[in-house]
Every structure is written in C-alpha cells, then in structure tokens.
Write a protein that binds this ligand. Structure first.
Ligand SMILES: [Zn+2]
Length: 144
C-alpha cells in the first residue's frame, strides 16, 4: 500500500505517460515515456518527500464513465485503460479537493501521504530511446 501510493506520487511529479509499472514490497519501478532525461534522482526524491511530508489525504470517489470521457487527462497510463462497462469508475484522489492528483485506480492505498514514510529514487535507468525507468525504494537517499 505504501509503495503503491508512492507510485501515484511519482506520477504527480513526472506527469508523463506511463508505459509500465511493477510494485513490490521493497522496490518498485515505473516506466515513463520520457525522451528527455534532465531529471535527477535527487530532485525527484526531494519532490516526492515534499508530497509525503505534506500529509495529504488519500481518498476514493466514484465517477461516471461520461465524466471520465470528458476528462481524458485523468488517465495517465498509456497502455492500461480503466475497465469500461460497469458504468462507474473508481478515482483515487490525493489532497484536499484532489488538488494533488486524481486518477482511476482499483488498488489499495494508505489514508494519507505521510503514511508512505521515507522513500527515495534509487535509480533512473534509460530503457530505449523514449523510456526512463524510475526505481522507488524505502528509506532515505544513500549519500553518494
Ligand atoms: Zn492506486
């Protein structure tokens, strides 16, 4: 839950199309369609921790498929579309009035970003010409 919520926070900081992700207990990766790599793990870690320390509420709300159609920007994943046909979609919101983020998600999350705790970007790897893989880890950024 902590790691999965951390992936939401990373997608706020890196507002690029997500091409893949995998969440594990100790280490998660998120792949972005991001040709320009002028982001550093130090910068991204600082911004992640700002969101964690901001103690923003994480909550869900349901919207209709029509509402989602009229807000296509809500969907960040390039390959995974939220399931259709149920008539409604579960939206995961972060921050009061969802000021930080809102996106369709069926996963489980912590109730507040503070519960994510200390995390850092372990690595930003180049995966092909247009892809960057970000690895999120628990704990503070090791001094290099
Ligand atoms: Zn989620």
């Amino acid at each position: 839950m902590r790691m999965h919520t951390a992936c939401h926070l990373l997608s706020v900081i890196c507002p690029f199309p997500i091409t893949g992700a995998s969440v594990n207990e100790a280490d998660s990766r998120v792949d972005f369609d991001l040709p320009d790599a002028n982001v550093t793990k130090e910068e991204v870690t600082i911004r992640l921790m700002e969101l964690v320390n901001g103690d923003h509420p994480v909550f869900t709300r349901w919207i209709s498929e029509e509402e989602l159609e009229s807000n296509p920007g809500l969907v960040k994943s390039k390959n995974v579309r939220p399931p259709r046909g149920a008539g409604r979609i579960r939206l995961v919101c972060i921050g009061e009035e969802a000021v930080v983020d809102s996106q369709p998600c069926g996963g489980t999350h912590v109730a507040s970003t503070a519960e994510v705790g200390e995390i850092h970007i372990g690595k930003i790897e180049k995966k092909g010409r247009e892809n960057r893989r970000f690895r999120i880890r628990f704990g503070s950024l090791p001094a290099s």
